[in-house]
Write a protein that binds this ligand. Structure first.
Ligand SMILES: Nc1ncnc2c1ncn2[C@@H]1O[C@H](COP(=O)(O)OP(=O)(O)OP(=O)(O)O)[C@@H](O)[C@H]1O
Ligand SMILES: [Mg+2]
Length: 354
């Protein structure tokens, strides 16, 4: 099971990073339309701005762009911005949608000059399609194979210059020859709270939700560094503000709403807290094996490992060690528990300083 699949299995979570049905319905409306409107990612934005400006000055087509980063950080949004900034049309497809090289040939041969081809989940393309893509990216040419067996012939087909924008949540899975053919790679980072506050104010304006500065800060702190999650939490808080308060999203309203949805002050949900709680209360902070921990929480091993742990590790609450999972001092503090006397649980001595 891949990380993407487990995350989608758990995508009913309010803090899931992958898009759910409601997200897809509203995201188009919330997408920034140009680079200036795109919040954060300063480095990627600045570099991309140069790439696009230079291409425009030359009157040519922009280099191929690879965007990598966790779900919900703005890869699709940025691909559309690239097309808009170039004044070019965009064609959208994805790795899993391209089963055969012929599917890709059909798309490539119908591109207009300068068109942006957005290839989402590019790491999930089939091998033959990938090989066809190498040549298309480099030489703007494909070989279309006609016929079968010994009589088969390859007919070269010239393509108009186009810009490939590839997106991937797992850049490490891309074969190097593919990665090397991108002129520019932008790695998207998780967003700082102040950036998420800007995303939230912008979305609130578009959705006509009265949101004050402290309300935005409260939601931002619970959004796991991810604009998609911030926008989703904003919608739930809006419901609460409308039904239980006077419609205005203040710090109190946001906190009360997200407490109802069991998303805590740091963005942990019920599953995340259950894992930490078991680790601390039942196993004294560890080390404990993954399987044992999963049984204690009543979840599958994979769910704990792929769904809950990545964020806990990122937050510095849990560490994976060869001897098992251990809680950090921050985990004890977060659940309001006192660590065992001394330097921590057996086996943890010296791991976190004196
Ligand atoms: N920098 C940003 N500024 C404002 N809003 C953003 C930004 N990045 C993302 N968003 C918002 O977050 C939502 C999710 O972004 P997007 O769909 O581009 O993510 P993604 O990286 O393509 O995710 P996935 O990996 O699941 O395809 C969009 O609705 C968009 O409005
Ligand atoms: Mg996307």
């Amino acid at each position: 099971m891949t990380w993407d699949e487990t995350d989608s299995a758990a995508s009913d979570r309010l803090v899931a990073a992958l898009a759910d049905g409601e997200d897809r319905a509203v995201e188009a409306a919330l997408r920034p339309k140009d680079l200036a409107e795109f919040v954060g990612q300063e480095r990627v934005r600045e570099q991309l701005d140069l790439v696009l400006k230079a291409a425009r000055q030359r009157g040519g087509t922009a280099d191929h762009v690879l965007l990598s980063g966790a779900p919900g950080l703005g890869k699709t949004t940025l691909s559309m911005i690239i097309a808009a900034e170039m004044g070019a049309p965009i064609r959208i497809t994805s790795g899993p949608a391209i089963q055969h090289a012929g599917d890709l040939a059909a798309i490539l041969s119908s591109l207009a000059e300068g068109e942006v081809l957005f290839l989402d989940e590019i790491h999930r393309m089939s091998r033959p399609a990938e090989e066809m893509l190498y040549m298309a990216m480099e030489d703007f040419r494909v070989d279309v194979v006609v016929g079968k067996g010994p009589g088969a012939t390859a007919i070269p087909l010239e393509l108009p210059p186009f810009t490939l924008v590839g997106a991937t949540t797992r850049a490490g899975l891309l074969p190097p020859p593919l990665r090397d053919r991108f002129g520019f790679t932008g790695h998207m980072e998780f967003y700082a709270p102040a950036e998420l506050e800007r995303v939230l104010h912008r979305s609130a304006r578009l959705l006509d939700v009265p949101l004050d500065a402290e309300g935005a800060a409260e939601i931002a702190g619970r959004s796991r560094g991810t604009p998609r999650i911030a926008n989703r939490l904003l919608r739930r808080v809006r419901d609460f503000a409308q039904v239980k308060a006077d419609g205005v999203v203040t710090r109190e309203v946001a906190a009360a709403a997200l407490d109802v949805y069991e998303v805590d002050g740091r963005g942990l949900d019920r599953l995340d807290r259950a894992v930490l709680d078991a680790l601390l209360r039942l196993f004294g902070g560890g080390p404990v094996g993954l399987s044992t921990l999963a049984v204690a929480v009543g979840e599958e091993r994979e769910t704990v490992e792929e769904v809950a742990e990545p964020f806990l590790v990122r937050e510095g609450l849990l560490a994976r060690t060869p001897r098992g999972r251990i809680a950090t001092p921050a985990a004890w503090a977060h659940l309001g528990l006192a660590p065992p006397q001394g330097t921590g649980a057996p086996g943890q001595q010296g791991l976190f300083g004196p």
